[in-house]
Each structure stands twice: as C-alpha cells, then as structure tokens.
Design a protein around this ligand. Structure first.
Ligand SMILES: O=C(O)CCC(=O)C(=O)O
Ligand SMILES: [Fe+2]
Length: 283
C-alpha cells in the first residue's frame, strides 16, 4: 500500500497509513518530518512495531535521550520509557502519571526534547470506546491568536521551568526529592520561542513545569502565566487523539503541549513506550 495521509480539522494532527518505517527512503522520511512540523503531531498507523524498530526509527530524528525516571525505563531497552498503569508483583512497570498536567517533554532541561514518539502496545477499552486519549495544543496557533499587545508584552520575558515543581509541588510525589532538585535545577526559556526548524513563533509555557517569570514579581508573573494558560486551552487550538493498538504518535515538543486523560483504571490496562529525541537551547 502506498503512503496515504489525512489531515484533521484545525491546526493540529494528521493520520498516516501505509508507511513501512523499516524501509523508509530519505524522501519518505523527509515527508514525515515535514508533516510533523506542519501539523505538530502525527499518527502513523502500524500493524505492530518492535522496541528495536521504534528505537531505530526515532534515531532518524536525532540522538535519543534517556529519561531520568530510571525505574520506568524498559529493562532491555533503556532508551524507551514505559508509560503504563500495569503492576507486576504490586510494582508499577512504568511511569503511572506521565502527562498528568499540560506540558511539553523536557521543558525542565536547558535543551528540551525536540520530538517524542509514543507507541501503543495496549489500549484500555470499555463500552466500545477506547479510553486514555492524549490531548494536544498547538502553541503556534495559540501564539498567533494573542493580541499584538500581549505578543509585545511577553516578547522579552522568560518563563522558569522546574522538574521539582512538577513532581513535588503539583503532584506531592516522592519523585520530587532533594537529589533530583540538585540534579535538575530550574531553567528558563523565552515565553515565546522561534521554532528551530520552522521559524514559527510559538508560546512556550506549561501548567506542569512553568513556575514563574524571570525578573517579574510572583503576583504579576502568576497573572501573566494564568492569562496565557487560559488562552491556550481554547478548543480551536486543541486536538485529542483516540488510541488504537499499533498507533505511533509523534509530536513536536516545541510547537505543542500534551496531556494524558486518566479516564480508565485497572483492570483496564494501558501500555505505551516512549522514545525521546534530544533538542537544543531555545534561546
Ligand atoms: O500517556 C500519555 O498519553 C502521554 C504521557 C506523556 O506525557 C508522555 O509520554 O510524554
Ligand atoms: Fe509527556
């Protein structure tokens, strides 16, 4: 079957069929990259994909970055993060709360991840409907819809992003230890970035990681953040992916935010594997 694709309504999302990711020509790969950068998030429908195939394909986008959640990495392939609610011997086999807040992967790093790739091994299903959707926001469309005045106001501002805030403050999780705080101190990125590949201006702010605005007092900074975080959630900028087993969802971390929907629980099982590509400084 030849490669076919279909765009979603709105600024985000495309579905691609008929791609043999193991034998994708350079032209075929460039096409996928371009579609990803045009649409922020794309889904390749596959008939199944091994860990090695996922890793090899992800490496075509750049160097892979291992996640800091050591206990949630695939035992045999530590390049892959397991995202799952499954327990083995009463212990989670992967990260159970990845995506709990709107976020972009690696925002807590000085060089955030450029691309993430999530593959569905098991999808929870009830009453004829898949559960555990993943939602996305187009941060380019959200930036373009800001008033000129707000664009000017945030032009030179930098958001502070913190892993400790995500885990200790937002989740009250034991992952937010002092050791982690030292290993990943807060970093700052411009509130509006120029996308390194497309040049498109995108908002770069998230509920999960952004704690404050550099050099702006807390109350005023929080006011600006709240205003932006409300603005980006408008349905016109959003897309929600309903999973099938074999879906390979690829997103551009610099042009989108994402959120996992926790509308399922055991005995309904969900099992995903994620590969993440290293990025660069956002300025
Ligand atoms: O499980 C999901 O739907 C997304 C989780 C997430 O944020 C991630 O894998 O980066
Ligand atoms: Fe994520």
């Amino acid at each position: 079957m030849a490669m076919q694709y279909q765009l979603n309504d709105g600024p985000l999302g495309a579905y691609v069929r008929g791609v043999d990711i193991n034998h994708l020509t350079p032209d075929g790969f460039n096409f996928i990259c371009q579609l990803l950068h045009d649409r922020g998030v794309i889904t390749i429908k596959t008939d199944g994909m091994s860990e090695v195939q996922q890793i090899d394909f992800a490496k075509r986008f750049g160097e892979l970055q291992k996640n800091f959640l050591d206990d949630s990495l695939d035992n045999r392939f530590p390049e892959l993060l397991i995202v799952s609610n499954i327990l083995e011997n009463d212990k989670p086999i992967g990260s159970t709360d990845a995506g709990r807040f709107w976020h972009t992967d690696g925002a807590y790093l000085s060089t955030p991840h450029s691309v993430s790739m999530l593959y569905a091994v098991e999808v929870p299903f009830a009453n004829g409907k898949a559960l555990g959707d993943t939602s996305f926001i187009s941060m380019g469309a959200a930036y373009e819809a800001l008033s000129h005045e707000t664009q000017q106001q945030i032009e030179s501002l930098r958001g502070v992003h913190s892993l400790h805030f995500r885990y200790a403050t937002k989740s009250g999780s034991v992952i937010g230890t002092e050791e982690l705080k030292k290993k990943f101190p807060p970093v700052s990125h411009p509130l509006a970035i120029s996308h390194p590949v497309t040049g498109r201006r995108c908002l770069y702010v998230s509920e999960g990681y952004t704690t404050s605005i550099e050099g702006v007092d807390d109350i005023q900074g929080q006011r600006i953040l709240d205003q932006l975080l409300n603005h980006i959630k408008q349905p016109a900028f959003c897309f929600r992916h309903s999973w099938s087993v074999g879906d390979l969802l690829i997103w551009d971390n610099l042009a989108t935010l994402h959120l996992a929907n926790f509308d399922y629980a055991l005995p309904l099982r969900r099992l995903m594997r994620r590969a993440t590509v290293s990025g660069q400084s956002l300025g």
